[in-house]
Design a protein around this ligand. Sequence first.
Ligand SMILES: Cc1cc2nc3c(=O)[nH]c(=O)nc-3n(C[C@H](O)[C@H](O)[C@H](O)COP(=O)(O)OP(=O)(O)OC[C@H]3O[C@@H](n4cnc5c(N)ncnc54)[C@H](O)[C@@H]3O)c2cc1C
Length: 448
Amino acid sequence: MTATGAIWRNWGRSEKVRPARVERPRDVEAVQRSVSAAAARGLHVKAVGAGHSFSGIAIAPGVQLDLHELSGVIAADEESGLVTLGAGTNLYRLPELLAPYGLALQNMGDVDRQTLAGATSTGTHGTGGRFGGLATQIVALTLVTGDGSLLTVSGTENAELLPAARVGLGALGVLVDVTIRCVPAFLLHALERAERWDEVLDSYLERSEREDHFEFYWFPHTETAVTKTNTRLPIDAERRPRPRLASWVGDELVANGLYRAACALGAVMPLVIPPVNRVAARLMGNGDFVDHSAKVFVSDRGVRFREMEYALPREAVPEALREVRALIRSHGWRISFPIEVRSAAADENWMSTAYGRSTGYIAVHRYFREDPSEYFGAVEAIMRAHDGRPHWGKMHTRTADDLRPAYPRFDEFIAARQRLDPAGVFENRYLRKVLGPVTATVPDRGGS
Ligand SMILES: Cc1cc2nc3c(=O)[nH]c(=O)nc-3n(C[C@H](O)[C@H](O)[C@H](O)COP(=O)(O)OP(=O)(O)OC[C@H]3O[C@@H](n4cnc5c(N)ncnc54)[C@H](O)[C@@H]3O)c2cc1C
């Protein structure tokens, strides 16, 4: 939590800001008062979640709203699986909150520190060619719009705004609650294997379709990809949690200890990176266990990094990844972090990276103390050539002019923003860059 006057930093240490004011509204009316008061004083307002976006999307130079007081279950119905939660609820609380109803999230990304509002607003996704991101599970939400009024968006009220507001980029208002369609709690059988990278690439499209949740990590400078295949099982199937030692080797020794040392050392001695990557790939590709879905979907991320992730038409992924490999070779870069490849089903949310097409994701990372710009910039050029769309919460250099053609409903989203925030109360520098300015912006609004 940031105090007024203190500097706020995001998790990846790629962004920081000293908000003019920090407010922690305790209820919905207090959010409305905050927005109205800020609007009247000519200040920008931005709700911030867990600061897990690498991009400047959550930067709030004016009033920063911390919504952690708006968290927990508001209503739940076991039968339909519909659960309404405070928008500031952190994902890691969901297993405990949903357990009494025997429910779970249908799919999850690889960490659970984010808030529901923050995660859905940037189009956060996990993997699974037949499953969409978190936003696809949202059936209703309530937000405070630019004039401080409360707006319900659901299948029956303001339904036309639902595909805009689910991935709203924080541009349409402050979410105060969201209603999610949950599924009966389930177990996952996880299989982690070290495989030849070219064989994994050749089988990626077919496995993304066939398996419930398939992803892989290719370790640069090696011929190895670690595949993770998770299969959904009923909740009463036999649990076989990952043995403690294996968990420690995977999560602590490799993902955190070995990697922390390798990243720190690799920054000054890049030659250590290829051998370390070979060892890491061997140690990580060795899991076979069954556990509750959230425990399998989520891992610890103890080593701080920066990330860029692009969504491509899924069939473009193998070729794009081959090009990235050739790029790394030709530049002689030493890249310590594996490249992560996932997939998602096509969806209908206007600003979703998976809008209208079966999607494959390629994510590149760099240790947070290394300058990622040259590597990310060159990879971004490859992704753009394959009609890629950048994750809104991760690093990229795209602008409204070149994003518009990538999103068929871009102008409808802009019209929704114009309707809900005509004075640009929720604008920040990032939104001006990726969406353009709100046209009727009050000229003298403070902060940038
Ligand atoms: C270690 C790590 C792992 C990650 N793994 C994944 C992954 O597996 N899959 C994936 O897709 N992404 C992943 N991400 C990215 C992350 O999920 C997104 O950036 C997400 O938006 C972060 O959520 P947050 O709560 O931290 O929101 P923030 O980053 O704080 O905010 C994100 C946006 O949401 C807005 N917002 C927050 N609260 C509200 C509100 N109440 N109303 C309106 N707008 C609001 C903010 O204004 C901002 O625009 C990862 C990030 C990290 C650091």
